[in-house]
Design a binder for this molecule. Structure first.
Ligand code: ADP
Length: 715
């Protein structure tokens, strides 16, 4: 940060040459007249940094301004940037609020938040009355929480319509289906009042021509192709010292690509420019992210290896060459299998254009597409919104907390699949977070003339789960830990599961790293390995040098420690007692607590049938998987019969990650909603409950009675 100060005016450092300044008066006028303004402007035109400031500075709007971002790094870096432009500290007039990190104060009037955090605020106050303006940025990304926020602000706008502080909404994007948003925000009852009619404002960006190059044949290995392309560009474009931006799919891929590129950079001819490799992904520690924004040192060229984070949400100056692998990592979910996977797949045409555009921000550029033109033409035009491809139990929990009983009636901008909603209700019923009034009771209410809304209802447990900013099963794990007397351990486990793996294995010191890691390894549960690592970290006084010597990532452990502290605070408002129980050296309560809260993530070992390796069948989806080779349990002999797992991931194969061995008896004891009915049914057939369970799941839990009930009422 900090380059180009000379162009900035007065005491502040706002870059007045940004295209958005030409539209300032128009934007302010339209916001005063209309309840909803849709702003479309090229990435880098100044939307996210400047428009919120325009609105905050005008008395007309009063109150506070919120700006949402789908990604936490964007929220944090924008707040820091705006504070820097205004020569103030972040947390003063300008602040940010992202999960586990609240940097706002009493004076904060401009708040950058992740969309998920604003949604949390809406769960406590559905009209968002502390804000006079809400800006929903990166709307084209159609992230899950932003999609829900469209509905939330629309409802809030209607409710605040007649008050002295109407809610103004600004939807911002680099590229947008404007018609969809205009229709969505138009008031259904034609009042004739301009406030009820949305308006669109287009901001002209500065875009230089970008020369497109396609691959002539399809690539076997896009990673390899990306490295070769970067080196070719670097060596052939000696005159043009512009930086290179490479779009990859995720952290691991970026880290291995960075290592390879750095190795190759050593072999460059001595007279060539140096290569400076900068990774950029969401989980990268803040100080390393800053390196991406800093200009390359003289005599060198920067190569930024980024996820789709650099498509629109983060602008990196100096880029003249883009290498587009055409791939992205995204979630996909099919209610029919109940399986949500993070998988690598092709981008949309719209994303490809955004990526190419990054090369033409500061001058003519070049974009190398590592796929053929005919393959580009086969890509879908726009990406499918997240709400249509993720598991929805957290969404349903949030909607119910906001008082939306008939979740399918919520004003979604595009509704999720009905099956996925039903499946989510089922999951919450199975977890005990939601109850579905019996058909009998609903009929009685109707004949009474009672107007109570029908549909699923939060239980006390569900209400407490919703108060924690965690996935439902993780939230239940923390709450249940009170009953099992292992809250201290559960807090550490939940915190450690919310960060990436703390183990660090450099390519040139694999053996040393593995032997260092072995000290913490548990063959009983990966959760216990995490506890061991965290315990050792605290014992070593959270020392960075100690981490390095033991092949552990200091920044990850440091983050986990901060997350844990925040969770302690949040949990204190949810638990019944203030004293936190500890299981001390006994792992049983922790494992039992896992069974009770992750009851939808249980798998049983399959008998050997000649196929290589030890395979497991997941109980909920009946899928064949294996334990991930990084797990301590993958090395256990004999392998455990029953396991509970934290996630199912799909790389080249399906793997269980975060695995713990459990006792089969605990299934009926601690997850009766799922396992008791089955055990009883099979016991009637002459087997004991245990034998029946050992015989394996006979039917998918989605077909059980709770699901049947849910199915009726969600419709
Ligand atoms: P938009 O929202 O239209 O993409 P932004 O308001 O995010 O545009 O950015 C406008 C300009 O401000 C960028 O082109 C960049 O030069 C600068 N900028 C924004 N954020 C940062 C940051 N964190 N560090 C340095 N410069 C930044």
């Amino acid at each position: 940060m900090g380059s180009g100060d000379a162009k900035m005016s007065g005491g502040e450092r706002r870059p007045r040459e940004l295209p958005v300044f030409a539209a300032e008066e128009l934007l302010v006028r339209e916001c005063a007249r209309h309840g909803t303004v849709i702003v479309v402007g090229e990435t880098g035109s100044g939307k996210s940094t400047q428009i919120p400031q325009f609105l905050m500075e005008r008395r007309t709007f009063g109150g506070r301004v919120a700006v949402t971002q789908p990604r936490r790094v964007a929220a944090v870096s924008l707040a820091k940037r705006v504070a820097w432009e205004r020569r103030t500290k972040v947390g003063g007039l300008v602040g940010y609020n992202v999960r586990f990190d609240d940097c706002t104060g009493k004076k904060t009037r401009l708040r950058y938040l992740t969309d998920g955090m604003l949604l949390r605020e809406a769960m406590l106050d559905s009209t968002l009355k502390r804000y006079s303006v809400v800006l929903l940025d990166e709307a084209h990304e159609r992230s899950l929480s932003t999609d829900l926020l469209f509905g939330v602000v629309k409802r809030a706008q209607q409710e605040r319509r007649a008050t002295n502080m109407p809610l103004r909404v600004v939807v911002m994007s680099a590229t947008l289906d404007v018609q969809l948003f205009m229709r969505y925000f138009s008031s259904s009852d034609k009042t004739g009042d301009a406030f009820d009619e949305p308006v669109a404002v287009h901001i002209r960006g500065r875009q230089f021509p970008v020369e497109l190059r396609y691959a002539t044949e399809s690539q076997q290995d896009y990673l390899d192709a990306a490295i070769v392309t970067v080196l070719q560009v670097h060596l052939s474009e000696r005159e043009n010292k512009g930086d290179v931006l490479v779009f990859l799919t995720g952290q691991e891929e970026i880290e291995s690509c960075a290592e390879l590129l750095e190795e190759k950079a050593q072999l460059l001819p001595p007279n060539a420019l140096k290569l400076q490799v900068c990774p950029l992904f969401a989980a990268l520690p803040a100080h390393k992210q800053l390196a991406v924004f800093a200009p390359a040192p003289p005599g060198s060229r920067k190569v930024v290896l980024a996820t789709n984070i650099a498509e629109t949400s983060i602008t990196i100056s100096g880029v003249r060459f883009v290498v587009d692998t055409g791939m992205v990592k995204a979630k996909s979910y099919a209610a029919s299998t109940g399986l949500e996977l993070l998988r690598v797949g092709p981008i949309s045409q719209e994303q490809a254009w955004q990526r190419a555009g990054r090369a033409g921000r500061e001058g003519p550029g070049k974009c190398f597409r590592l796929y053929r033109e005919q393959d580009f033409l086969k890509l879908r035009q726009r990406s499918v919104p997240e709400i249509k491809r993720v598991e929805l139990s957290q969404v349903v929990l949030q909607l119910l907390t906001m008082g939306v009983r008939q979740v399918d009636k919520f004003p979604f901008i595009e509704a999720p699949p009905t099956d996925a909603l039903r499946q989510a209700v089922f999951q919450l019923v199975a977890l005990g977070a939601v109850s579905v009034p019996s058909r009998h009771a609903s009929a009685a209410k109707k004949s009474d003339g009672g107007d109570a809304p029908q549909g699923p209802e939060l239980t006390e447990l569900g209400r407490r789960m919703a108060a924690l900013p965690l996935e439902p099963m993780h939230a239940k794990f923390l709450i249940e830990s009170e009953r099992f007397g292992c809250t201290e351990e559960a807090l550490t486990i939940a915190a450690m599961l919310s960060v990436e793996s703390p183990l660090f294995t450099p390519r040139n010191a694999r053996r040393e790293a593995n032997s260092a890691h072995r000290r913490y390894l548990s063959f009983e549960a990966d959760h216990l390995t995490l506890l061991n690592v965290f315990g050792a970290f605290l014992e070593a006084k959270a020392d960075a040098k100690w981490c390095q010597a033991n092949f552990l990532k200091f920044s990850t452990l440091h983050k986990a420690r901060k997350v844990r502290q925040q969770l302690v605070g949040m949990l204190s408002t949810v638990l019944e007692t203030s004293a936190l129980g500890s299981a001390k050296a006994d792992s049983t309560p922790i494992l039992q607590c896992l069974v009770s809260s992750f009851s939808l993530r249980i798998a049983q070992r399959l008998p050997p049938d000649g196929k290589p390796g030890v395979r497991y069948k997941t109980f909920a989806e009946s899928l064949e998987t294996r334990i991930h080779p990084s797990s301590g349990l993958a090395r256990r002999d004999p392998p455990p019969e029953w396991v509970v797992y934290n996630e199912l991931v799909m790389t080249s194969k399906k793997y269980l990650k975060g695995v713990a061995a459990i006792d089969q008896k605990w299934l009926v004891q601690f997850a009766p909603a799922l396992f008791q009915a089955q055990a009883q049914a099979q016991a009637r057939g002459g087997k004991t409950g245990g034998e029946a369970l050992a015989a394996g799941p006979k039917r998918k839990p989605k077909e059980n009675d709770a699901a049947q009930a849910a199915r009726v009422d969600v419709r």
